[in-house]
Design a protein around this ligand. Structure first.
Ligand SMILES: [Zn+2]
Ligand SMILES: [Zn+2]
Length: 249
C-alpha cells in the first residue's frame, strides 16, 4: 500500500516536471488542431473564421440573432423577460453545439474552462456588475444520472476568472420536467412553471446575480429561474455558452 502511494507521488511529480519541460500541445477547443497562441484565443485560425460565433446583429435583451431593423426581437416583445439581459458568445449549431453536447453527455469536463473563457470575453463587452454567480440547477434525478451539473462547471470556471463567489445552494429544481426540445414555446413555459425554487434568499437578497447555463433555446428556463431570483435579487444577468439562433422563427 505504502509502495503504491510512493509510486503515485513520484509519478505525479515527474509528470509535473515533464509538463514544465515539454508542455503538452494545446488544442483548439472546437476542432482539436494544435494551436500556437492560446493567450490570444483558445481556438485555431480556421475555426476563428468558421465557428458559429454569435456576433451578427442581435436582440438587445436576449442576444438572439435578428434579421430585421428592430432593437428587440419578437420573442422579447411578446413575452416580458424577468432577467435584465442575456448574452451568449456562440450560436447553438455546428461545432458549438457539439461542444455543449460533449460537456453535457460525454464527461468532457476539460471543456468547461475554454467555454467559460469565451463566455467571460462576451461578458466583458458589457458593463454587467455582478456579486454572485448562480448555476441553473438540475433536478436531483438528472444530477444522479449525470453525476455533475454542466452549468455548475461553467459557473465554477467563471467564478475563477472573475474572482466571484459561486453559490449553487440558491436555486433548486423541485419538479421533474419534460425535455424542452420536444415541446412548443407555450408548452415550454407551462412545463417549467413552478419547477425552480429559491432556498437561500440571503445569498441573493439585494444583489446582482449572474445566472449561468450551458445553452439557451427559447430562454424559458433562464426566464423561469430569473422570475424566482428576481423576488429577492436586484438584477439578474444571464450568460450561456450558446443560444439558439432560430428562437423567433
Ligand atoms: Zn479549430
Ligand atoms: Zn430578444
Amino acid at each position: 500500500m505504502k509502495f503504491q502511494s510512493l509510486k503515485d507521488k513520484l509519478h505525479k511529480f515527474f509528470s509535473g516536471v515533464l509538463e514544465v519541460l515539454f508542455p503538452s500541445k494545446i488544442k483548439c477547443m472546437f476542432c482539436g488542431r494544435e494551436i500556437f497562441d492560446y493567450e490570444k484565443q483558445p481556438y485555431c485560425d480556421s475555426c476563428a473564421k468558421s465557428a458559429p460565433f454569435n456576433n451578427a446583429k442581435r436582440c438587445k435583451i436576449c442576444d438572439c440573432e435578428m434579421y430585421d431593423d428592430g432593437e428587440i426581437c419578437d420573442g422579447c416583445k411578446d413575452y416580458a423577460k424577468h432577467f435584465d439581459r442575456a448574452v451568449a458568445p456562440m450560436k447553438y449549431e455546428g461545432v458549438a453545439k457539439t461542444l455543449v453536447l460533449k460537456l453535457k453527455n460525454d464527461n468532457a469536463l476539460y471543456l468547461a474552462d475554454d467555454m467559460a473563457r469565451l463566455m467571460s470575453e462576451r461578458l466583458n463587452q458589457e458593463s454587467f456588475n455582478f456579486d454572485v454567480i448562480v448555476p441553473v440547477p438540475l433536478s436531483p434525478k438528472s444530477l444522479k444520472a449525470r453525476k455533475y451539473n454542466q452549468a455548475k462547471l461553467l459557473a465554477d470556471a467563471l467564478g475563477k476568472i472573475f474572482d466571484k463567489t459561486v453559490d449553487d445552494s440558491v436555486l433548486i429544481k423541485i419538479k421533474e420536467t419534460k425535455h424542452q426540445k420536444n415541446l412548443n414555446i407555450s408548452q415550454r413555459k407551462t412545463n417549467l412553471h413552478g419547477a425552480f425554487k429559491i432556498q437561500n434568499k440571503r445569498a441573493v437578497f439585494g444583489k446582482n446575480v449572474l445566472l449561468v447555463d450551458d445553452v439557451v433555446t427559447t430562454g424559458a428556463t433562464a426566464n423561469e429561474c430569473s422570475s424566482v431570483l428576481k423576488k429577492y435579487a436586484k438584477r439578474v444577468w444571464v450568460v450561456c455558452f450558446a443560444r439558439n439562433p432560430l428562437k423567433n422563427k
